[in-house]
Design a protein around this ligand. Sequence first.
Ligand SMILES: [Zn+2]
Length: 260
Amino acid sequence: MAWQRREDNGISYYYSELLTRFSWLAQGFSARWPELKVTERSTKGSIGELTEKEAEAENRRHFLAVFGLTADQTWLLKQVHGDVILAVEGPPSPGTTRPEADALVTNGRGVGLATIHADCVPVVLVDPVRRVIGAVHAGWKGTLAGIAPKTLDVMAAKYGSVPSDCFAAIGPAIGPCCYRVTPERVALFQKKWPQLDWEASRSNSTLDLPRINQELLVDYGLKPTRIEQSQLCTACRRADFYSFRREQTGQRMLSVVVMK
Ligand SMILES: [Zn+2]
């Protein structure tokens, strides 16, 4: 079992093989977007390129379509590196601004949950018993705050999810190979989460955020066999992903999950 790459609708993306056992679920993480062609702008009677914003919307539209979603059916957040988790019942109301939060949960079918990434860890949570899903954006601040286990708290409180029933897919993110930090930051994690295996990393100048999230989920009660790491570093894999650390670009990847 591993994360796999697929091409569909002109879009390349990765998905967790572990989650493919659920026929009622669709899940993916976008790779680099295709370069959009110069488009004729008939309204202005001239030929020009799409603006960056238009190109982004166009690419997202194609990506979401792969999962049977429209932009109107899909929640996007104003991510603020916090630990606010939003439970949603249905698709966003038309014209609403993106709420400030870093994770989403729902038990609604056809409700797309999307998070935006450029190195930060995407965590997709699935409770197949209660039919609840969660989508988490966990950068270093969110990981330190325990946003992934806190999202499971919300799933438990609101929908009765039991940790040992749940599955998790941890997607492409910056790996310990590339994520160099100060010893002070590593110490923050060791102090907040002493129960994790800090011997394994043997470094006081790098952080392995995907592994820390995985350990937090196991600590919370998920079975290790029900968690799948992508082992894909967004900073190393230049041909596949954008990386904020590497490029300082505005380009972002999208993680999406939906119950059909
Ligand atoms: Zn790397």
